[in-house]
Design a protein around this ligand. Sequence first.
Ligand SMILES: [Zn+2]
Length: 137
Amino acid sequence: MKTKAILKGKKGFTLTELMIVVMILGILVLIAVPIYNNATAKAEKSACQANRRTIESAIAQYAAVEGVNMADVVVDFTTGVINVKEGEEGTEKGTETNLVGNYLNELPTCPSGGAYSYKNGKVSCDAPDHGSDTDHD
Ligand SMILES: [Zn+2]
């Protein structure tokens, strides 16, 4: 009977109970945030990889049309203009073509804000951990 009386007078939660709940929620957030961030970074990395693969196949098409080696192609990523390099001084020769409209609908950009560059048949990204690997995992 005494316990019942105590319970009857008890309303809501004690401060300790509330603090424990807040602590548990805090721990869950601490666990969830890095997992979410990691998933986002992973998604951006694979989107970037797919973009670079798309650009590489567009460059391969251009190289096939021009009849040149993919390694002899230069790409200006600020303008999207593609050309063939010739000579040691970097003098360009070939049909200056815009990638967009001819080989791509739009020039893909890195979802993490990285800048693309092209060398020896590979498009690379300067965003951390993105690199130049466009092969499947
Ligand atoms: Zn990237």
